[in-house]
Design a protein around this ligand. Structure first.
Ligand code: SF4
Length: 250
């Protein structure tokens, strides 16, 4: 099956399963979304959503945030991990928003990506969900699934983003990346499993992957084997590949 046909069939299935996927990070405006996405690096959305109400109760605008010290911010966001780097980034970007952007979150990729702690993926989420600009944020989960489905060769996150943007219509990008995230969370276990029971991999998985998975067997906990499997099929996925610039994994 051609990639384009695969993408069309996958898109139709995702639209059926998740017609209106919500943004999983709680926020009230572009600034609070930016902060929530920054906090989500190497952290679960659930943990971020438990933490942001405490932070936003103290400061939900750049004006209020710069009144807190980096240490005060760090104490609040500690449960999200990487708190020294994240607190500095939050305070630093808030200062820049006030100094250069009139206290507003800028609406271009270039300006967003110049903010501390903001990489291309974070900028894409903000452009997409705060401003409605078509963007395709690709994290390691989407990167991995796109390779598993044979929509990209998994060479790099950047390549996956280019491939997905070429395969799906721009007006679908903003919901498509959320749909893939929800599908992965709901359907894709860490254990090796039977591809023939999957609504997508059963017909979309490249033959090389299906053969490898079969050879390793199904039903066992194959976290370790799967790492080797992924490396063999998709190439190595760098740890923290989607982490914003300046925020590296622990
Ligand atoms: S076969 Fe497994 S990894 Fe592939 S999409 Fe289905 S559930 Fe996810």
């Amino acid at each position: 099956m051609k990639r384009e046909d695969k993408a069309a069939r996958i898109g139709a299935l995702l639209d059926e399963l998740y017609p209106a996927p919500p943004v999983p990070l709680d926020h009230i405006d572009a600034y609070t979304l930016l902060i929530a996405v920054l906090l989500s690096a190497q952290c679960t959305d659930v943990r971020v959503n438990q933490t942001t109400p405490l932070l936003f109760a103290r400061a939900k605008t750049p004006q209020e945030m710069v009144k807190l010290s980096a240490d005060e911010i760090r104490e609040i966001i500690k449960p999200c991990g990487l708190s020294p780097a994240k607190s500095k980034a939050i305070r630093g970007l808030s200062e820049i928003l006030l100094a250069r952007h009139g206290g507003e979150v800028p609406r271009t990729f270039e300006e967003l990506e110049q903010l501390p702690g903001v990489g291309h993926k974070t900028a894409s989420v903000v452009m997409s969900h705060a401003f409605g600009v078509p963007a395709f944020p690709v994290d390691t989960h989407i990167h991995r699934l796109a390779a598993r489905w044979g929509l990209s060769n998994g060479a790099s996150v950047e390549k996956t983003e280019r491939d997905l943007k070429a395969l799906f219509a721009p007006e679908t990008w903003n919901r498509r990346h959320l749909q893939i995230i929800f599908f992965g969370r709901e359907h894709c276990p860490a254990r090796a499993h039977d591809l023939s029971k999957c609504p997508i991999c059963s017909w979309a998985a490249p033959k090389t992957r299906a053969a490898l998975e079969k050879r390793h067997g199904t039903g066992k906990d194959l976290r370790t084997k799967q790492r080797g499997l992924h490396a063999a099929v998709h190439g190595r996925i760098g740890q923290g590949a989607d982490a914003p610039r300046g925020i590296r994994p622990r």
